[in-house]
Design a protein around this ligand. Structure first.
Ligand code: ZN
Length: 158
């Protein structure tokens, strides 16, 4: 992924740059049910992981993370609108903290079969990581609460 932060709180991060991030999502039965007595499973692993992996590989991989206040959003809209779906836009700077909260909410929006996300760890570098668990800390509603593969709320081109 690539990103930049424009608030000024992290001056070194104002220049667009990238990280090879690792996101770990722990899931559990959200409805408290036990194993299926016929299969001894909650849900087959491939089915449980499928939509989240599709989101990571198809939407997050090689996306560019920006603030909704970053003028680069307008630049892309004007000059390379075909790349808008690859912009991950957060309210304010796309810090590791807010993105971990958004991924927690997105995992819960995407999971099916009564499964729920109980923890997200977003590791930006070997020494920088954020962990979210137990509650949804994402700010309000947005792409992170929709059960689709979008990563921004930019209006489609007219
Ligand atoms: Zn960075």
């Amino acid at each position: 992924m690539g990103h930049r932060l424009v608030s000024g709180a992290a001056p070194a991060c104002r220049v667009p740059h990238g990280h090879d991030e690792v996101v770990t999502v722990d899931i559990a039965a959200g409805d408290g049910r036990g194993l299926d007595p016929e299969t001894n499973m909650l849900v087959e692993f491939e089915r449980a992981k499928g939509r989240w992996f599709e989101f990571v590989d198809g939407s997050l991989d090689h996306s560019f993370h920006v603030s909704d206040r970053d003028p680069l959003v307008g630049w892309f809209r004007e000059n390379e609108p075909e790349l808008l779906p690859s912009l991950l836009v957060t309210p304010g700077d796309p810090t590791t903290e807010v993105r971990a909260a958004c991924y927690f909410a997105k995992a819960n929006a995407l999971l099916e079969d009564g499964l729920a996300c109980v923890r997200v760890e977003l590791r930006e570098t070997p020494t920088n990581a954020v962990e979210i668990h137990g509650s949804n800390a994402a700010p309000g509603d947005g792409w992170w609460t929709r059960p689709d593969f979008t990563i921004n709320d930019l209006a489609p081109e007219i």
